[in-house]
Design a protein around this ligand. Structure first.
Ligand code: DAH
Length: 343
């Protein structure tokens, strides 16, 4: 019986060594330690032995049983640990990748670029750090002109200041200098829009920011007149705010156009009846425009006797505020994700 016990022990240990699943382990356990298990049977037989035999064999049998039980527990723990580590719960929700959002001004800028591109305008970008010449002088605003006071300017001092040409440097206060750059580079005829960031030394509040966006437009050809300007602005208003949108132009002085005007669209919210958005006027003021001043054409290298043109400048922040019902211009540069996530 002693032989048999030892043999069985070797057999069980060898079997356990090959076990690689919980089911296989459980099978072995039942086979040897179960109620009718092989080891159990021997242990029962030990009980029927004589007192002397029981003394020697009983202890051996119990020791073997204990050892085997411990081994089974060990293998069980190892299997469970391995199962936990390699377990993949395919029913858990995945980790969602954060998608970025376009800035509301970018959305609007793209939209306006597209609608002007469809009318044959090219899209240009120019420098935010400008020279006094492009930002003012070439736009018919000479150094001592009172119109310079209309725009509080950030002047910039650099080792290159004054640069080789063009006077002192500044952060452009408007996208209008792109009119000159476009004429100089491409000549006439010309159709161009130039979106971009502008800067003014302003005290900020809900309607004023030191950094804002404009979109400049310029069309030059022979025989351009006010009706061309009106048609183009009417068309873009309809694309932006819907087919019922009307355009109203009211005289306004800008040094680089003559005549000059403020452009207003009928309020898309109340269709011109008057509401909070349009401050009960029925109209939304969103742009400046006019026929290009002969001095500006000359500064761009064109002959005003041959070529005429119209120009306009949209306030992109203002348009975005109206379109998306944003009540504080400062939100645009807040970097606040709660704001940006809405677009
Ligand atoms: N640059 C002007 C501003 O910042 C807006 C403007 C007015 C642009 C009339 C134009 C224009 O092109 O013709 O206030």
């Amino acid at each position: 019986m002693e032989e048999k016990l030892k043999e069985l022990k070797q057999q069980i240990l060898a079997g356990l060594g090959k076990v690689n699943s919980a089911d296989a382990r459980r099978g072995l356990e039942i086979k040897y330690l179960g109620r009718k298990g092989e080891l159990t049977k021997i242990l029962r037989a030990v009980a029927d032995l004589s007192a002397t035999e029981k003394k020697t064999l009983g202890k051996l049998a119990n020791d073997i049983k204990k050892e085997i039980q411990e081994k089974f527990a060990e293998v069980k723990a190892a299997l469970e640990k391995g199962a936990k580590e390699s377990f993949v719960d395919a029913t858990l929700p995945g980790i969602r990748a954060e998608a970025g959002h376009r800035h509301p001004i970018t959305i609007l800028q793209n939209e306006i670029e597209d609608l002007f591109a469809a009318m044959g305008f090219m899209v240009l970008e120019g420098p935010e750090l400008e020279s006094d010449f492009y930002n003012f002088t070439a736009l018919n605003i000479p150094p001592d002109h009172p119109a310079r006071d209309m725009q509080d300017t950030f002047y910039v001092e650099t080792p290159l200041n004054p640069p080789l040409s063009g006077g002192s440097l500044l952060m452009r206060t408007q996208t209008s200098p792109m009119q000159i750059r476009a004429m100089q580079k491409y000549g006439a005829p010309l159709r161009v829009v130039a979106p971009g960031r502008c800067f003014r030394s302003e005290a900020t509040d809900v309607r004023h920011e030191h950094t804002f966006y404009q979109l400049e437009g310029l069309m030059i050809d022979r025989g351009i007149n006010f009706s061309h300007l009106k048609a183009v602005l009417e068309e873009s208003g309809k694309k932006l705010f819907g087919p019922e949108t009307k355009l109203r132009l009211r005289p306004k002085y800008y040094p680089f156009v003559e005549p000059g005007a403020n452009g207003e669209y009928s309020c898309f919210l109340c269709a011109g009846r008057g509401c909070r958005l349009c401050k009960n006027t029925g109209w939304l003021e969103v742009l400046g425009c006019g026929l290009v001043h002969p001095n500006v054409l000359r500064a761009g290298g064109l002959d005003p006797k041959k070529y005429q043109g119209f120009a306009f400048g949209y306030g992109l922040d203002r348009l975005a505020m109206l379109k998306y019902a944003i009540n504080d211009i400062r939100l645009f540069h807040s970097g606040d994700l709660r704001f940006l996530k809405q677009f």
